[in-house]
Design a protein around this ligand. Structure first.
Ligand SMILES: [Zn+2]
Length: 255
């Protein structure tokens, strides 16, 4: 057990619900500020975690190019060192790289030193591959701890969560995944026409998908590609614009 969880049992019991919410809920700001939505309703930020994956990432890059879509890749340091050229290519093709730790631990159970080192080692690997260190960070499994926000900030990174995580790591059909990604289109369909101003300032989606698997190199993510192949043209027809995390301006929730 990590030190900050050692406390009187009654306190722990009362605290547990709040802690669980604070640690993992994408909108929780309890453990530091996070960015969890874009600053415009029609801006959709596509994000991909757990790569780079030599089996899938090159195909994903081609798919994104075909639809003129830029995205954000939260890569795992141990995989970056195995495929630095692929990481460089992600960046050279106009996408943004983010830090997803070095070995993908659950940071809720990591002390400050281990957390700092996980973040640093991943940023170093990205820096060696691309000559630029990331400014964005996504915690594995979405789990945060009381010191994560400050440590990410010290390393000049902002924490990014999501509005939708359809669960593309689950062994299900492409049709299942396509259905799970439907809320993005539903949100766009509920917007007024493009030439009409929005009634109130509104925000857009950050979608969390996976081009790799933190536990298995070269994992098959064909279903993710199939679902994107289905949705990308439809999202564009609905008036959505594909943006990187950098283009969200981070105005909604200040880090
Ligand atoms: Zn992950």
């Amino acid at each position: 057990m990590v030190p900050w969880l050692i406390a009187a049992p009654a306190f722990v019991a009362g605290f547990a619900g709040l802690t669980a919410y604070g640690a993992v809920h994408p909108r929780s700001q309890l453990f530091g500020h996070t960015l969890f939505q874009t600053d415009r309703a029609r801006k959709l930020a596509l994000t991909f975690d757990d790569g780079p994956n030599p089996t899938i990432t090159p195909k994903l890059l081609d798919l994104l190019d075909r639809h003129q879509a830029k995205a954000t890749f939260f890569v795992v340091g141990k995989y970056v060192r195995e495929a630095p050229a692929l990481v460089r290519e992600i960046s050279e093709r106009g996408h943004v790289l983010g830090n997803h730790t070095d070995t993908h631990p659950n940071l809720f159970f990591c002390g400050p030193q281990e957390t700092r080192s996980e973040l640093l080692r991943c940023s170093e690997a990205i820096g060696q591959a691309t000559w630029a260190e990331p400014r964005w960070f996504r915690p594995p499994f979405g789990f945060r701890s009381p010191w994560l926000g400050a440590l990410a900030q010290q390393q000049r990174m902002r924490t990014v969560m999501w509005t939708l995580i359809p669960g593309d790591w689950r062994v299900k059909t492409s049709e299942w995944l396509i259905e799970r990604m439907k809320p993005i289109a539903s949100h766009a369909q509920n917007l007024p026409p493009k030439d009409k101003p929005l009634q109130k300032p509104s925000t857009g989606d950050i979608l969390c998908l996976h081009d790799g698997d933190y536990g298995r190199p070269n994992a098959d993510r064909t279903r993710t590609l199939t679902a994107l192949e289905y949705w990308l043209p439809r999202w564009r027809d609905l008036g959505l614009e594909f943006v990187t995390i950098k283009q969200t301006n981070g105005k909604v929730v200040e880090a």
